[in-house]
Write a protein that binds this ligand. Structure first.
Ligand SMILES: [Zn+2]
Length: 107
């Protein structure tokens, strides 16, 4: 009788730490951008009476939000290296509790 195969313990702490960093940074930028840019624009508008600052910072903020959103939504599973939350025909986004390919749970 063969002994059971000992699998190496799965340790993806580094990958999950990076996942949380991307998620939290994206959320902070998304939620913090509106009051920050609004306040800056208010001060800029009082001083210079134009909206150029908002168009520059607002566009940059929008692009950074898209960048972090895509990084988060297209996060690769540390075990199977497939997109964690979706397949080609559906995507669970932040509601995925397990990898849709291999079943690896979120910590
Ligand atoms: Zn997986």
């Amino acid at each position: 009788m063969n002994p059971p195969i000992q699998r190496a313990a799965e340790n993806y702490d580094t990958e999950w730490s990076e996942y949380r960093r991307v998620r939290n940074t994206g959320l902070l930028i998304w939620l913090g951008g509106v009051p920050l840019i609004g306040t800056l624009q208010l001060a800029w508008g009082k001083l210079f009476h134009n909206g150029y600052l908002f168009s520059v910072f607002g566009s940059a903020w929008f692009l950074v939000c898209i960048f972090y959103g895509l990084r988060y939504q297209l996060w690769r599973c540390p075990r199977c290296n497939e997109i964690y939350a979706g397949k080609f025909w559906y995507h669970l986004g932040p509601f995925a509790r397990h990898c849709v390919h291999c079943g690896l749970p979120k910590p």
